[in-house]
Write a protein that binds this ligand. Structure first.
Ligand code: GDP
Ligand code: MG
Length: 174
């Protein structure tokens, strides 16, 4: 734990993507808040975790859509001041990957143009149900200038690594 006065930067990161892809679980994994029922997070605006990157103390303030994505009602206030975005799809749901382009458009329309975007293929533990080949996502990410990782919020695989990569990239362009 760090004393508040020691914090060098606060980075706002938004988590977006279709409903049920695992956004809330990924966030809970990273912030170490065990979630009995992720639906109960409705109304919560953000969670935080303080990390050290290159000896700077960074407070990551990570915003969850809290169910608004179902109505495509994520407001511009949600994106305001965000330095990074985790754009999540479910590797077992092709439609959630097909919608990624729409979410990128949303970001381009509402967020700062310098926002760092990490495309996340979640539920990588469900190998037998995979519907989105890794290569398709790699190609899309390269094309759009996004970082990319596959994660499992269930096992925790790659979740910290993906967040640290995004936060490091944000720090790098400050
Ligand atoms: P959100 O609507 O995007 O916030 O999705 P949630 O975080 O609420 O997750 C939706 C459902 O997917 C829940 O039943 C989770 O337990 C499940 N889930 C989330 N992440 C994973 C994962 O990495 N692997 C598996 N197998 N299930 C997951
Ligand atoms: Mg959620």
């Amino acid at each position: 734990e760090h004393a508040p006065e020691k914090i060098d930067y606060v980075f706002k990161v938004v988590v977006i993507g279709d409903s049920a892809v695992g956004k809330t679980q990924i966030l809970s994994r990273f912030t170490n808040e065990f979630c009995f029922d992720s639906k109960s997070t409705i109304g919560v605006e953000f969670q935080t975790r303080t990390v050290t990157i290159k000896s700077k103390v960074i407070k990551a303030q990570i915003w969850d859509t809290a169910g608004q994505e179902r109505y495509r009602a994520v407001t511009s206030a949600y994106y305001r001041g965000a330095l990074g975005a985790m754009l999540v799809y479910d590797i077992t749901k092709r439609q959630s990957f097909d919608h990624v382009a729409r979410w990128v458009e949303e970001l381009r329309a509402h967020a700062d143009s310098s926002i760092a975007i990490m495309l996340i293929g979640n539920k990588a533990d469900l190998v037998d149900l995979r519907a989105v080949p890794t290569e398709d996502a790699v190609e899309f990410a390269e094309d759009q200038g996004l970082f990319f990782a596959e994660t499992s919020a269930l096992s925790g695989d790659n979740v910290d690594k993906a967040f640290f990569k995004l936060l490091g990239e944000i720090y790098g362009v400050l």
